[in-house]
Design a binder for this molecule. Sequence first.
Ligand code: SF4
Length: 83
Amino acid sequence: MRARIDPTRCQGYGICVEVAPKHFTYDDWGFVQAVQIDADGEHHAAVQHALEQCPIHAIRWIDSPPTAQAKDPSTGNPVRPVG
Ligand code: SF4
C-alpha cells in the first residue's frame, strides 16, 4: 500500500514530512514527494495521519488498504482510501 501526493494540489506546507518523515520527503527542487515504500503494518497509521493532516487533502492512497489495516487504530473505525 502506497500513498501519492497530487502535485497539482500540494502547496508544499510540509506537514506530511513532519508527521511521517519515512514516507514523505523533499525532492531536489524542494517539492514534497511521497516515498514509494511499503506503508503497511506499523507505517500505515503514520501515513494515514499525514493524509488527515494535509490541509488541502493532496495525499491519497493508491492501493486498497489490506484487510488487517482497514481500521483506524485510534478509533477502530474503518479507514477508506481518499478518492
Ligand atoms: S501536507 Fe499536503 S500540502 Fe503540505 S506538503 Fe504535504 S501533501 Fe503538500
